[in-house]
Design a protein around this ligand. Structure first.
Ligand SMILES: Nc1ncnc2c1ncn2[C@@H]1O[C@H](COP(=O)(O)OP(=O)(O)OP(=O)(O)O)[C@@H](O)[C@H]1O
Ligand SMILES: [Mg+2]
Length: 283
């Protein structure tokens, strides 16, 4: 059995309850590009997300996986007694913090994802946003340190890797014009990549079911005005602020933009069913 057919059969086995719908949906995956942002907070659930990615890839979709690493970076900063500080959901990154961010994102998380996906039968390539100048940026705000704002995405290397039959797994770092490395918010990298690749779907997997509104219930659909109101009222806070901005930005180019819970078994397969799931962004 080839690795692809193994992935498909594993996927089919694990989603038998959705077999009929899946057969219909899977027939139309060729030529589609799905960008998935795997939140740092969901990394412990990475196995099932990777299985879904491998399955969809084997069925003809182009898959791009961008990952974060917040909790693991915090763990290492704590171990090394380096203070942790956020402003509006963005990590304040001095030179020492940047060293840890680079080591954890590229040396640990990216490599773990690549190793696990390979073990599961996937053809994957680990990349960092600085490879091939994929993510080019500048320092966003001196008070945040080495946090980058994206100026340009150069998707050529990502396209090449896709065309060669691999799933690229991308760590969110970027390059400044002077060659220095910048810490990029992974949600914004995923969003800009999805636009540059003209993806048909962008799915943010996090540790929550979606966005919770003022009454604490899950918001199934959200437009820009509603999102801005919830941010102004302090109901959307912390890491959800850049995520919402990333969703709204991508919506200009990507038809389906959604936040869902990475802990839900086979959540990526469920997103293809076009049933209510998580929070979907609308115009
Ligand atoms: N209105 C809201 N609804 C849902 N979650 C919210 C809301 N406001 C703030 N949050 C927070 O946003 C968090 C998700 O963003 P966070 O940046 O922490 O995770 P991530 O983006 O999935 O991971 P990483 O940043 O490591 O890539 C949730 O765990 C929740 O605590
Ligand atoms: Mg985040």
């Amino acid at each position: 059995m080839t690795t692809s057919s193994l992935a498909v059969s594993e996927c089919t086995l694990s989603s038998t309850t959705h077999a009929n719908k899946s057969r219909h949906t899977f027939s139309s995956l060729k030529g589609k590009t799905f960008v998935v942002k795997l939140g740092g907070s969901t990394l412990e659930y990475q196995r099932m997300v990777l299985q879904d990615c491998i399955c969809l890839h084997a069925l003809g979709a182009s898959i791009v996986l961008a990952h974060g690493g917040g909790p693991m970076i915090n763990e290492w900063l704590t171990k090394l007694h380096i203070p942790i500080c956020f402003q509006h959901g963005l990590r304040v990154t001095n030179a020492q913090t940047l060293e840890v961010v680079r080591m954890v994102l590229c040396g640990q998380i990216n490599q773990e994802l690549v190793a696990m996906a390979t073990l599961l039968g996937g053809d994957v390539v680990g990349l960092c946003g600085t490879d091939g100048n994929i993510v080019q940026g500048h320092i966003a705000d001196e008070s945040l340190g080495f946090v980058g704002e994206i100026d340009a995405i150069h998707p050529m290397l990502v396209r090449q890797v896709i065309d060669d039959g691999y799933i690229p797994i991308i760590a969110p770092l970027g390059l400044a014009p002077n060659g220095s490395c910048l810490n990029m918010n992974a949600d914004l990298v995923a969003s800009r990549l999805a636009s540059a690749l003209q993806a048909s779907r962008l799915t943010f997997l996090s540790d929550i079911d979606g966005i919770y509104g003022s009454d604490g219930s899950l918001v199934a659909e959200m437009n820009e005005a509603e999102a801005q109101t919830l941010i102004e009222r302090g109901i959307i806070t912390n890491g959800m602020i850049p995520k919402v901005n990333a969703c709204l930005h991508a919506l200009e180019d990507v038809p389906c933009v959604q936040i869902a819970n990475g802990r839900t078994p086979h959540v990526l397969l469920h997103t293809l069913e076009d049933l209510p799931l998580g929070t979907r962004f609308v115009h």
